[in-house]
Structures are given as C-alpha cells and as structure tokens.
Design a protein around this ligand. Sequence first.
Ligand SMILES: Cc1cc2nc3c(=O)[nH]c(=O)nc-3n(C[C@H](O)[C@H](O)[C@H](O)COP(=O)(O)OP(=O)(O)OC[C@H]3O[C@@H](n4cnc5c(N)ncnc54)[C@H](O)[C@@H]3O)c2cc1C
Length: 449
Amino acid sequence: MDTIFEPARRIPVAAEADVCVIGGGCTGAFAALRAARLGASVVLIEGQNRLGGAATSGLVNVWHTLYDMTGREQIIAGLTQEVLGRLDARGALGHTETNPRTSYNFNPCELTILLDEMTAQAGIRVFFHTTYCAAVREADEVKAIVVENKNGRQAIRARFFIDATGDGDAARDLGIEPFKNKVVQPPSACFHLQGNTDGVHLGRLVREHGAEFGLDDDWGWSTFVAGCEGIAMRADNHVFGVLCSDADDLTRAETEGRRLCAAFLRLLQKYGRSDTHYAITNLCSYIGVRETVHYRTRFTATGWALLTGERYEDPILNGTYTVDIHHDRDNGITFRSLSGEEETVYGKGTRVERRNWREDAGLTGDPAPYYQVPFSLLVPDGYKNFIAAGRMLNADDGAFGALRVMVNLNQLGEAAGVAAALCADGGEDVRTIDGKRVTAALRKGGSAV
Ligand SMILES: Cc1cc2nc3c(=O)[nH]c(=O)nc-3n(C[C@H](O)[C@H](O)[C@H](O)COP(=O)(O)OP(=O)(O)OC[C@H]3O[C@@H](n4cnc5c(N)ncnc54)[C@H](O)[C@@H]3O)c2cc1C
C-alpha cells in the first residue's frame, strides 16, 4: 500500500480517568459500569450514537438463559440480571419460549435508553460519535489513546484501558498477537418487519422465488420485539466472504446486508399475504458482526474444555449456550450442546444432519450442567494495564461459537471492569493480579460465578 507521512502534532487531553473503556457494546458498557461501581472514574468511548453495540445498533434482541442445563440452578446474574429486571419493569421484556428460563427478548430502543440512564447514574463520562484511532505506550504501559470526534483529534489518559471494540482495534495497534479461526462466522443485517406472515411458508418462498430477488436458500431466524405489536425482528441473511474488521469489506457488508433485507421485503410484498402491507420499520445502523479477528491471551478457550465442563479456581463466566457456528460458505449452521446433541441445518431447514458428539467421543456419565472460563482468558502478555474483552476473545472456533453470545460476553465485560478497577486502585499489574480476587469481587457485586 502507498503511504504518506503524518506529521507529529500536539493534541489536547480531552479527559483523564482511572479506567478508559474503548467501545460501548454491552461488553464495554458492562465493563464501565462495574469499574464505576467499584469507585473508579471511567471514560467510555463509542463510535456510534448509542451504547449496546450489536444489541441496539444491530437490533439483536435475544439474551439466552441464566440457568444451568437442568433449568434449576441460576448460574448467571450480575448486570445481565439487573438489566433484564429493569427492562421488565418498563414493559420491554418478553420470553421467547413458554418456559421463562429459556431466553429473553427485549426492545432494543428501551435498552439504548436504559444504558444511557445507567451510565449517567454511575457517573461515567461517555463520548459518542468518537472513534478510537491510536494508542500511546511507554514500555509495557499504555499511557493514553488518541480519538477523533467533532472536536478533532484528542487524547484520553487513563491508568487502565479496556478494548471492547469487538474487533480489538487497540489490541491490534499494541501489537498483541492476532489470529483468525478456520471459519470466520459471517455477518447479518437485521431489520424490523411490519406485516403479518402467519400462514406464509417463508422457507418455501425463498426457495421457490428467492432467485428472482437475488436471495440464496439461506438460513435465518426471527423473533418478536418485546412491547411492540405486529413487528418482527428478522435475521434472515448472511453476507459471505467479508472480514468486517477491514474497512472495504465492512462497507461492502453494510450495502449487501441492506440489499438482502430489501430483497426479503420485496419477496414478501409480491408473494406474501395479499391482505397485508409489509414494510421495514427499523434497519440496523451497524451490520451485526459475528466474528473477525481474535487476540492471544494467557488462556485459550477450546470447545472441548468448554463442553466437557472444565472447572477453574478463578472463574469469571458461567454459561450453557450451545456451540453455534454459522458456516462461512455453505448456508449451514452447526449447533453442539453440553448434552451431546449436535445438529447441522442447511438452508431454511432443507437438510438436517444429527449426531451425538459425546457418544462419538466415547464419553460416559452425566454431561456438565454448565461451562466456565478462568480470568487468564482476559489477560494478554504485553501490558500491565490493558485487557481486551468481547468477541475478539482468545477462543478456537468451537469455544467462540458458544462464548460469543451476550449473556457470556456481558460477564467478560464485568470481569474486565472489575480487574481494571482493582488494578487502577492499587497500581497493580494485571498480569500478576490474583484471578481469585477478581472472582471474589465479581461475586460481591452480584455475579453468580
Ligand atoms: C445477526 C446476529 C445475531 C446474533 N444473535 C445473538 C443472539 O440471539 N443472542 C446473543 O446473545 N448473541 C447473539 N449474537 C452475538 C452477539 O450479538 C455478539 O457476539 C455480541 O453482541 C458482541 O459484543 P461485543 O461487545 O464484543 O461487540 P459489539 O456489540 O460489536 O460492540 C462493539 C462496540 O464497539 C464500538 N467500536 C468498534 N470500534 C470502535 C472504535 N474504533 N472506536 C470507538 N468505538 C468502536 C462499536 O460501535 C460497538 O458499539 C448475534 C450476532 C449477530 C451478528
């Protein structure tokens, strides 16, 4: 690539804090809230106009169960439970199944407003429309980050930094070792659809008439939007062959994703119910990015350790969500559960393959009721005051397929916030802090780990 020289210049320090969180998805927002509740001063940088990331800008409005596989023991609590409770109190929460322990569906606009309120109540200084651009370091310490917003180029100084950008933008600039998994799960553009689809066989419509609108026989899902009548959240498409941490690919993913949403709408307008007016009432403002690049830390999460229920003395996350891998080329999705069930679904249910991975591996006895990961999953080697938390986590494709959902990443965010506050307070090195102290502080703050 051709290059030019950017002259060095003096820039103002816009803010100074104990903890700076870069990226305000749920992971980043929860990290900021936890750190602030432990008394740290916190700055939160977000490129979009709202907190919540995929849950709000991406319209992804389902959080999975807080219970173990038996449905009896609650294994996730903390901020996830608190936010669900607060959404419920404002009529913005529903259950996606008849069993209330299965999963939760929320109104993403209400979550946006709630996160504004919670961060304001916690005294967090939030910068919207502010993009992280560079990191300034000295030896093994991150001193500041450089951001761009309507005020131009500015610096934020902090004692501890959390990269919650999803793509690990700061981890990349700090030279932490990146890697990509064999399958990079493709992004999807979600939208809100108005119009009754009762009695319309969407899979058949896509198979029979999709080509007329440039639609593949792709796998998708849909759910309701809590508190909104007659509106469905649709996640019908995948954009293949893009890596959304690359600017050109991200742009292509956004336009192709929107084209696919429009194509689905036109299909319904032509072949759906004749007594119904179909319209898109809300389009994601940021395509739903499932996966890009990962960064090495001291612990690599593997699908095997996760699904066989390995235990740790310093857990920071409990979970049950299945390994859920959207293939990157053949329209298939593979689900692999703690219980042993595994199924791969192609197209809109055109073909389903099933097996039991536990039996195939010769495992006997009861399956684990839930999985865990230890604190070292969050800790890279190079820096005393830096953590990356979110979907850039150090996981193989199996573990990533399970850990990538929000009830899990929310917990990683909380643990990052707790570790940051402890380190900033005592001037400690995150590489040597005892993970059991992080677990203890998480429990004290309401987590179920
Ligand atoms: C279509 C789809 C469906 C899914 N379905 C589910 C589901 O049903 N349930 C579930 O729990 N999970 C689901 N997931 C997965 C889950 O939504 C994501 O894995 C999770 O939200 C990622 O969280 P994150 O905080 O790491 O990243 P994000 O939510 O992507 O947040 C990152 C934030 O950082 C900001 N940012 C990025 N770069 C910069 C920068 N340089 N400067 C400033 N800000 C920056 C972004 O604007 C964003 O707000 C789905 C994902 C997709 C795409």
